[in-house]
Design a protein around this ligand. Structure first.
Ligand SMILES: [Zn+2]
Length: 450
């Protein structure tokens, strides 16, 4: 097992008194990338008050009484947003992950989620969208973070993903009686059951609806590209979710399933592995986001090569991964809206920023890749008024990285400072604060993304 040991001492401070809501904090930024897509600005001061950005001024400006955080050696950006994670439960390759559905208690999923949430926050992601979890473990995790019982990013949760009996969102391969189809687990066939399933997830806390419009890689017994919900079912799902002011995110690999989901009005296509020009035109027309999850493609390809995935799963992984990268290039060229998303959980958590390098490697401009995880993802999540950009009035979700991400995209993996809602969450440099506690361990894993 490869063990990652951080050379810098990680100083972790949670909701520390240095950053209470009332104090005025002045963050001196060497360079600021504000997340809107505008060019970087050197030597600015971001003034934080009451958990929000009060002002952004030149370094020469008179600051008045304020606690100064010196980030002059770093690039400062908005807290990053990952639109596609699975924080609860085991990541693929972690212990008996294949039997998790019949072995692990839902409580174990939530507790693993506590670890994963902390790793994600330390990686600079202050907001995530959790698109599918068992037994409302994601709702519990979201609420415990909100109530400051445990540290983590702010989470939008989908609860159970909605899928057809025997499809990608179901648990298959066991004897009858083990996982009978149930709306309470998100398994719904036909428009009436779909309506009921949407209402059920929302009743127990879902912020959005996630669905499996097509087959997938990690499910037993289905082809990866095949359409699983009819357009009629998807349309009803979108309509019902909209009544309850929720958006729908559709997992979709195959072209026909992607088009059906877009026509039905979903907010985002997750993975979008087999895209053609017609699908992209349709997405542009409807304003549908693509959430590419390139890391997932690389991860499953690697897992098929090293034996973590076997049989049909391995076959599907090796088939889809190169097609997914081709589709991403097409998508970038087409100008379709792209929101950053990784599918963390398919690989160990906290490595999310590697997606940026893959986006750039596959044809995206570095600044556009940054925007996909800031203004872009914030728009998809419906949080653009609060998050995703560094502007007066926005929530003070602010990170700093070592280096210039526009010259070296991997700088986004070198996070030295994380602030969420104006509170210091992570500081790996002395000058950024005086945190109380130390020690944070990097997650280990041989089944990483690459
Ligand atoms: Zn996923």
């Amino acid at each position: 097992m490869r063990r990652l040991v951080s050379l810098t001492v990680t100083l972790l401070a949670l909701c520390v008194s240095v950053a209470t809501g009332q104090e005025r904090i002045a963050i001196r930024a060497g360079t600021m990338i504000d997340g809107t897509g505008a060019a970087p600005r050197p030597d600015v001061v971001i003034v934080v008050e009451g958990g929000r950005i009060a002002d952004i001024v030149d370094a020469s400006a008179e600051l008045g009484a304020a606690r100064v955080v010196d980030l002059r050696d770093f690039t400062v950006l908005p807290g990053l947003i990952d639109s596609h994670v699975h924080l609860t439960g085991r990541y693929i390759g972690e212990g008996n992950w294949q039997d998790a559905a019949v072995r692990d208690l839902p409580q174990e999923d939530a507790i693993r989620g506590v670890r994963n949430a902390r790793l994600t926050l330390e990686a600079g992601f202050t907001t995530v969208r959790n698109v599918g979890a068992r037994d409302f473990s994601d709702v519990a995790l979201r609420d415990m973070i909100e109530q400051e019982v445990v540290p983590g990013p702010r989470i939008l949760v989908a609860a159970h993903a909605l899928g057809i009996t025997g499809g990608h969102c179901d648990v298959n391969g066991y004897v009858p009686g083990t996982f009978e189809p149930a709306i309470s687990r998100g398994i719904a066939d036909g428009v009436d059951q779909v309506r009921a399933a949407v209402r059920y997830q929302i009743k127990y806390g879902a912020d959005l609806i996630k669905t499996c419009a097509t087959g997938g890689v990690l499910s037993e017994g289905d082809a990866v590209g095949v359409q699983q919900y009819s357009e009629a079912e998807l349309s009803v799902m979108v309509e019902e979710a909209a009544k309850l002011e929720r958006k729908v995110a559709a997992h979709a690999h195959g072209t026909e399933g992607i088009k059906a989901a877009v026509r039905a009005g979903v907010a985002s296509i997750e993975h979008g592995s087999i895209l053609d020009r017609e699908a992209l035109e349709l997405m542009k027309e409807r304003g549908t986001y693509l959430v590419p999850t390139l890391m997932a493609g690389y991860a499953v390809e690697r897992q098929a090569q090293n034996g973590v995935l076997t049989g049909l799963r391995a076959e599907k992984a090796l088939y889809i991964a190169p097609i997914m990268r081709r589709s991403f290039r097409l998508a970038v060229e087409s100008g379709v809206r792209i929101a950053f998303g990784t599918d963390a959980g398919v690989f160990p958590h906290g490595t999310n920023a590697k997606e940026f390098a893959l986006m750039v490697e596959n044809g995206m401009e570095p600044l556009a890749a940054v925007v996909s995880a800031t203004a872009g993802a914030a728009d998809l999540l419906g949080l653009a008024d609060d998050l995703g950009t560094l502007q007066p009035g926005r929530r003070a979700d602010i990170i700093a990285v070592r280096g210039d991400p526009l010259a070296d995209i991997e700088a986004l993996s070198r996070v030295v400072f994380v602030m969420k809602d104006g509170e210091l969450a992570v500081a790996k440099i002395e000058s950024a604060g005086s945190p109380r506690t130390s020690s944070s361990q990097s997650q280990t894993g041989s089944d990483g993304w690459r």
